[in-house]
Design a protein around this ligand. Structure first.
Ligand code: TRP
Ligand code: SF4
Length: 329
């Protein structure tokens, strides 16, 4: 069975965009592939080194959410990056063979360096994509489900693999391919991409009341429609985009028909949306809270996952040391 691998930063609560864009994809892929899902706490440290105490609780939150969404720890391996020290060793070895110019030209690097509030002028942050390459190659992953923003990191990963093969006359790493999600991007309440940074999200731990409030009071709609008697235009309305993602076909048809002829008010339209989103999120929220109430259970699942991941990583590291003619460990 081929391997699929992805990494998620432990950065607190996950939202609808994460669910539809990433988590549901991971759950689907666990049937066809041997899955490795990693919570990348070392990557989080590149920007949170001065708030490292926030990472532990965020790890539990990600684990609780993945399990609630249906990730099966019997089939897929869910683990924390820092519990498999082999990632650090491979990162170090890769950092010896990766030209500085390769990491300096990562498109997001300079931009993040300049625009982020965090101080990203560290050696560790420059090496972020090298650590990611180690994460992927150490499991010999074939498929890597990620967002489009990660495509360059994957390209760099393949280049590092090729350079390793060339330098040490070996072929140990398969070339990993990105798997992009088919689902369109979830907008935020304000119509921009849903993102923690913009504070425009509906979170998977939001209660039905919070979801109702966000949909009816905070979500942007067709601004040209002021009165209920004005016709609206669903095609330019953010609420309709949400309906298409989360409501059933009948509701979508109803809105498409009634909104332009002022047969449906925006408040009712948004209320229906809140109901559809709640139907999707509420069962998940209950499971997440239950998982979070049992941290010892989560820790045990992550420990078993790390043991399994480490066993796989150690096989690769033995091959790496041998290819490089380094002493056995
Ligand atoms: N850089 C990825 C992100 O921000 C996280 C990540 C770290 C990752 N290691 C990975 C993703 C390995 C896929 C595979 O989303
Ligand atoms: Fe948007 Fe719905 Fe109002 Fe139409 S009825 S403008 S789709 S919120």
């Amino acid at each position: 069975m081929q391997r699929v691998l992805s990494g998620v930063q432990p950065s607190g609560s996950l939202h609808l965009g994460n669910l539809v864009g990433a988590i549901e994809n991971f759950v689907r892929l666990q049937d066809q592939y041997q899955g490795f899902y990693m919570i990348v706490d070392w990557h989080a440290l590149t920007s949170k080194f001065d708030r490292s105490e926030e990472i532990g609780p965020a790890i539990h939150e990600v684990a609780a959410t993945f399990l609630a969404a249906g990730l099966d720890p019997e089939r897929a391996t869910l683990f924390v990056q820092s519990q498999v020290k082999e990632h650090a060793e491979l990162h170090l070895l890769f950092s010896m063979i990766t030209p500085l110019s390769w990491v300096e030209r990562v498109p997001t690097y300079k931009e993040k360096l300049q625009n982020s509030e965090a101080d990203l002028g560290s050696y560790g942050f420059l090496g972020y994509p090298i650590l990611q390459a180690a994460d992927i190659l150490i499991y010999k992953a074939h498929k890597v489900p990620v967002g489009e923003d990660q495509l360059f990191h994957l390209e760099l990963t393949r280049e590092i693999a090729r350079r390793f093969h060339f330098l040490y006359n070996t072929e140990i790493f398969p070339e990993p391919q990105a798997v992009l999600t088919q689902v369109p991007k979830v907008p935020g309440l304000d119509g921009r991409k849903m993102s923690k940074t913009y504070d425009n999200g509906i979170y998977l731990r939001d209660t039905p009341e919070q979801i109702l409030h966000k949909c009816t009071r905070e979500m942007a709609s067709d601004t040209a429609r002021v009165r209920k008697s004005d016709p609206g235009n669903p095609e330019i309305c953010n609420v309709f985009t949400f309906h298409k993602l989360f409501s059933n076909g009948d509701t979508v048809k109803l809105v498409a028909l009634e909104c332009p002829r002022a047969g449906l008010g925006c408040f009712d339209c948004k209320k229906r949306l809140a109901e559809a989103i709640t139907a999707r999120v509420e069962p998940l929220r209950v499971k997440i809270e239950d998982n979070l109430a049992h941290p010892e259970r989560l820790d045990e699942i992550l420990r078993v996952g790390a043991d399994r991941a480490r066993a796989a990583a150690q096989v690769t590291m033995a091959e790496v040391r041998e290819a490089m003619k380094l002493p056995k460990s």
